[in-house]
Design a protein. Sequence first.
Length: 169
Amino acid sequence: MIEDHFYYFAYGSNISSSTLRKYCPTAEKVRLAKLNDYRLDFQFWATIVPHKNKHVWGVLWLIHNRDIPQLDYYEDVENGLYRVIQVDVEPHASTAIPITCRCYEMISVPTPEHCLTQQQNVNTHLEPGRKPATWYMKNIIDSSIENEIPEYYITELKSVPTVECEFRE
């Protein structure tokens, strides 16, 4: 890692370079990465939840430290929506060792009884208040395609139920 920079693992709308660079202009895409023993879940916004034998695909970014305040602001850390955690991700198509990076997790994470099917890594069984907005999921799906995330994972993302919502970030 370059001095004064950090690795960031993005798994939701921040996999989009245009979204992330709005508030982290120094962000440079490193490669796709996989976070093992977590699943992707939603409470309107995307989050990760520890879940053995599941995984979350995302993008590994290298970002200058000066962008941390903007990233924390965007993730609403100060108001307690997300918290910063450190995770080890597996770089895609690489024999490299796992990379420790910054990541964000909702403070109020879905409970274990919000289960997945045996095959899926993305929770598609969402109560109405937890469903993401249609525009938000479209951003995640389009960005996943743009970043060449594996097709099976994109199929799982496409099966997430959504809700029509006027609110935009």
